[in-house]
Structures are given as C-alpha cells and as structure tokens.
Design a protein around this ligand. Structure first.
Ligand code: FAD
Ligand code: MG
Length: 341
C-alpha cells in the first residue's frame, strides 16, 4: 500500500495500516492500536525493528496498568477500592498519579485526575454519549477533588478518600508512554525517531539528514490531517489537546472531552487547541490539558512561568498565539488564521 506523502514529518492520520514496513531506505514504520488511539513509530537505524518490538511491549504494559477501560488495571484497582482501602501500585503508576497531582496543584484544579465520574456521565466517544442533567453534573463534580488522592510513597499505594471517586489518567499517561518509548529507543541505540501516540508526539533527535523535524499542527476546523501550522523541533515533545479530538454535536453545539472541573461541562474558554513543546512528554500532555481548561490568559501565564516549556494556543476567533521561546520555529500555513506575535 502506498503511503500518503506530504511535507510534514508527522500529522495525525487514523486510517493507517498496522504492521512494520520499511517505507524508505532507512526508516521503519509500525502502526498499531493501543491507549485508545493509533500509535505510530517511525524509526531510523539498523536496530529499528528490535527497538520497535520492545517499545510496543512497553506501550501495552502501560495500557494494561493504567487503562480505566480494563477491569484488571492498577487504575481500576484504585477506583474499585475508593473509600475502602489503599491499592498497591507499581512505580510507573505511582509516578504518573503523583505527577497528575502535581499538575492539579500547579493549575489550581483546572487539571484534575479525579474527573472520571463526570467524564463517565458525558460518555463522549461511547455509544451512550449524552448531555447529563444539572443534578447529575452536581453529583459528579462533588466527587471531583484531587486533594482526596492519598499517596503513600513508602507503601507504594494510592487511595481515594471517598466512595465512588474515580481516577482517570487519560490526560497525562500518553505523555508518560511517549517518554518511555523514547527511553526504550535510546537504550536500543536509536538516534532518530518520530513517536506519535495519537497526536502526542515525540521527535527524537534530528531527522536522519541532520535537519530538525517539522511537526504539523492539526487545523482544528478542518478534517483530520489538514495542517494549520508547522513547528520545527529537535529532540522535543509536541502534544496537542483539541476540542476536535473526541466530541459529539447536539443542536449545532459541540460537546467535547476536555472537562472544566469547576462546571462539569466541556471547557468553554474560547480555545480550539493548545499545543505544548517540552523536553518531557508527560509534562506536555498534562500542560496541554491544563492550558486548554485555564484559557488563553491564565494558561499562557502558566506556561511562560515554566522554564523550557512553550505553548501554542489556537482560539475560536482563529488567532494563533505562542509563547516567546518558539516564535522563530513556527510557520503559519493557513491564511484563514492570524498569527498574533
Ligand atoms: P487530553 O487533553 O490529554 O485529555 C483529555 C482526557 O482526559 C479526557 O478524555 C478525559 O478522559 C480526561 N480529562 C478530561 N478533562 C480533564 C481535566 N480537566 N483534567 C484531567 N483529565 C481530564 N480511549 C478509548 O476510547 N478506549 C480505550 O480503551 C482507551 N484506553 C486508554 C488507556 C490509557 C492507558 C490511556 C492513557 C488512554 C486510553 N484511552 C482510551 C483514551 C483516553 O480515554 C482519553 O480520551 C485520551 O487519552 C485523551 O487524550 P487527548 O490527548 O485527546 O486529550
Ligand atoms: Mg493531556
């Protein structure tokens, strides 16, 4: 099968095929489904196939441990024991939840991994997606509070204080997984690779020709694969949260999957997407969700305050904003949008 060719090293495509293929002389590509999305590895070097096999195992391991969709996962164990007892978890799960709590504090609760009871009510991208009534939402947000996560590092256990509380690491664990894939690649002597976990991208090293990667950012108003801007990066994570990722439309209004914990409704701060450029993808994943919920002013102030992290905001009025650190690396490709710099 011929692959679509474009000027970008990465863009989101969900209609791909699923086995290792050497597409160019020296690149090996593998695509498969995990973490609720299409994963794509594009890896250069002789050791690519072995590195890809190991990275695939690592992704599946993380999915098994941290999925709320799997009854046997460590996350489900914490959720089933909410208000009853602490659940033992391994160091990966502990690390991700500890990081999630850190970002909850940093964002003043805009990010909150106890959001699951509200996410469950909306059922976005399930066959029971619907608009919950106000009583349901009130009952749901009453269960949301990251301060009720009891972390016991010595015992490597985690407990939710109250019954019916539930954790969801969907806004941060793909970032952790991308970092782990990068680590596996590094251990296997890979120097150049593009790791794409459904829009959660890590551009490892440079391209094989020594030039930086060009990462295309999805046009939030167009169909998947259409790009609004490109960003040139080397050895960076580029993560986007967008209202076009998972949603349903009711009476012409879009209801998407990024929930404002204050209202229990899809966040409405005039943002279409937020992209974070950072060294670690776990930070980029958490911060892209934080920034989306916090909105342009608060979100931009937060990101500008964190050293080594940059952001791109695309607003409903088609304006692109970026932090100072990446202005030079951005190219706007769609004139329907205006770049405010
Ligand atoms: P992000 O902005 O990074 O995250 C949004 C997601 O985080 C929402 O979908 C919700 O789950 C949660 N969330 C919403 N609001 C907030 C908030 N304010 N603070 C914190 N979190 C919030 N999807 C499936 O359909 N089926 C699966 O089997 C499945 N398995 C998964 C297993 C794992 C280990 C992971 C990490 C994800 C899985 N997913 C699955 C996808 C998951 O449910 C999320 O929808 C997805 O991770 C959203 O990523 P994003 O980058 O689009 O958005
Ligand atoms: Mg996120």
């Amino acid at each position: 099968m011929e692959r679509k060719v474009n000027n970008f090293d990465c863009k989101e495509e969900k209609d791909m095929f699923f086995s290792p293929h050497p597409v160019k002389k020296d690149a090996t590509i593998k695509e498969f489904y995990s973490l609720g999305t299409i994963i794509q590895f594009k890896v250069y070097g002789n050791k690519a196939e072995r590195a890809i096999d190991k990275a695939t195992d690592r992704i599946k391991d993380i999915d098994n441990k941290m999925s709320v969709f799997k009854d046997y996962s460590q996350l489900s164990k914490i959720n089933h024991n909410a208000g009853i007892r602490a659940a033992k978890v391994d160091k990966d799960t502990y690390f991700v939840i500890r990081k999630a709590v850190e970002y909850s504090v940093l964002s003043g609760g805009a990010f909150d991994p106890t959001i699951r009871p509200v996410v469950g009510l909306w059922g976005i991208q399930t066959d029971h997606a619907r608009i919950p009534n106000n009583d349901e939402i009130d009952a749901g947000i009453n269960l949301v509070n990251y301060k009720d996560i009891i972390l016991d590092e010595k015992d490597s256990s985690i407990m939710l204080k109250r019954e019916k509380q539930e954790l969801d690491v969907g806004a941060i664990a793909k970032g952790f997984a991308a970092d782990e894939v990068k680590n596996v690649f590094k251990k296997n002597k890979i120097k150049s690779a593009l790791i794409n976990l459904g829009g959660n991208i890590f551009a490892m090293g440079n391209k094989i020709d020594g030039t930086p990667w060009n990462i295309g950012i999805q046009d939030p108003l167009k169909s998947r694969g259409e790009i609004v801007l490109s960003i040139s990066v080397k050895n960076k994570s580029v993560v986007t949260s967008g209202n076009y990722e998972r949603y349903f439309i009711h009476n012409g209004k879009r209801f998407h999957h990024i929930i404002d914990p204050l209202t229990g409704n899809p966040s409405e701060k005039g943002i279409l997407s937020t992209t974070i450029v950072s060294d670690h993808s776990i930070d980029g994943d958490a911060l892209s969700t934080c920034a989306f919920v916090m909105g342009l002013n608060r979100g931009m102030a937060l990101i500008e305050s964190i050293k080594g992290v940059d952001a791109i905001f695309i607003t409903e009025n088609k304006i692109v904003y970026s932090t100072s650190g990446i202005k030079e690396n951005l190219s706007l490709l769609n004139n329907d949008f205006y770049y405010e710099n």
